[in-house]
Design a protein around this ligand. Structure first.
Ligand code: MLT
Length: 398
């Protein structure tokens, strides 16, 4: 009999968004005539821009001709896309090297897979509430997690405690689920803390394209010293509508070097390269052709139009919260609005209540951690019509 990874016994029975989908499907089966509006999972609804679509088509055509056919691509991604990412960072004043860019099928996979590079006995610091992938992937590997409180008192932006040591720290900014975004000074404190503790920051910047406040950093590398202590994950899912297409990138600086227990210097860039070349065969040429176009002037302009559309939805949700006197966070510099459940309800109770009474689906804060127990998340990624209708129904709820 195989001995199984019993760490799986420590996980909740299903992944948060699978649980939500399951509950909604059960409701719909019983109430087929009730129109449900889904503002739960942060899945985009706008079509991919025309320029990017053209390049995806070009990618398909290239595979149909012997002269341009492509088989296995480089596991790290094609040079044209890695260079496009380098240029994108340069436009934001951050210098990285193409050899530090690893193209992947998304930030979800990479934030999970990165755990391969670390030993069991690290002190892992994860904010609560948080994107569940960070927690679940560490639990799957049997690691202990130390939680750091994100709550209304610290505006859901926890800061390092100099008296507590950590080896690995997860940060997501703009944050999923709370929508809170760190400023430069706050990130500087985290970088200083990581450098002082010989720790590493795992920085998820999947929502950087929603930052409108130009004083806010869009990359951890905007902070001096970060290349010595941070890996950054980013994604085209929300920037370019690639949730189904799948493409993201991870920056692993060459300066990230730590000593092994036997005194051998180990490079995280080399380790990640070794991991990817062994376990991953790259993203399809077609998708990478489209992805590179995202970073062109015209491609990005199209993405910006879609992002502005979602930002307007976020504004509509936030203004409804204001009208109803509901305390909320996010909605600016973020596609998520995180609010306190009305009537003192707990978040799963409020989930069921909304579904039953107004057929609007959101995400219960408890799914992101203990501190989310009385909070709820709505996404701005729906259609404008659905967002307006959902908020109309929300206004009538209490
Ligand atoms: C979310 O709703 O939190 C996101 O869609 C999840 C993800 O990007 O994987």
């Amino acid at each position: 009999m195989p001995k199984l990874n019993e760490n799986y016994l420590n996980l909740k029975q299903s992944y948060l968004f699978s649980e939500i989908a399951h509950r909604v499907a059960a409701y719909q089966e019983k109430n087929p005539d009730k129109p449900v509006i889904r503002l739960g999972i942060g899945d985009v609804t706008r079509p991919i821009g025309k320029k990017v679509i053209e390049k995806l088509h070009e990618g398909v055509d290239a595979l149909g001709a012997a002269e341009t056919f492509k088989g296995y691509g480089p596991e790290q991604g094609y040079e044209f896309l890695r260079n496009a990412v380098v240029d994108y960072y340069a436009e934001n004043g951050v210098s990285i090297d193409a050899g530090e860019v690893f193209i992947s099928d998304g930030a979800k996979s990479d934030t999970g897979n990165i755990t391969d590079l670390f030993a069991q006995d690290n002190v892992i610091l994860i904010p609560d509430p948080v994107y569940p992938v960070y927690v679940d992937t560490n639990l799957m590997n049997g690691r202990n997690i130390t939680y750091i409180d994100a709550n209304a008192d610290n505006n859901f932006l926890p800061m390092p405690d100099k008296n507590v040591h950590a080896d690995i720290i997860y940060i997501c900014s703009p944050n999923n689920p709370t929508g809170a975004a760190y400023n430069k000074e706050q990130l500087r404190e985290w970088v200083d803390y990581a450098l002082a503790n010989d720790a590493i920051l795992l920085y998820d910047s999947a929502y950087e394209c929603f930052i409108t406040d130009e004083t806010l950093p869009r990359s951890i590398y905007a902070i001096e010293g970060a290349k010595k202590c941070a890996i950054e994950f980013c994604s085209l899912s929300k920037t370019a509508g690639f949730t189904g297409t799948r493409c993201g990138y991870t920056i692993v600086p060459k300066d990230l070097k730590f000593m092994s227990s036997t005194g051998v210097e180990m490079s995280l860039n080399a380790m990640w390269n070794r991991r990817q070349t062994t376990k991953f065969n790259g993203v399809s040429y077609i998708v990478q052709k489209g992805a590179a176009e995202v970073f062109s002037k015209e491609g990005m302009a199209e993405c910006r139009e879609n992002i502005a559309y979602y930002q307007e939805n976020a504004r509509i949700i936030a203004s409804t919260m204001e009208k109803k006197g509901v305390r909320y966070f996010g909605g600016i510099n973020s596609p998520y609005v995180w609010f306190e459940c009305p009537m003192g309800m707990e978040s799963w109770e409020f989930f069921d209540y909304m579904l039953e009474k107004i057929q609007v689906v959101g995400t219960p804060g408890a799914g992101f951690g203990e501190n989310g127990k009385y909070f709820f998340r709505l996404t701005a990624f729906g259609t404008k019509e659905n967002t307006i209708e959902a908020m109309k129904r929300f206004e009538s709820l209490f």
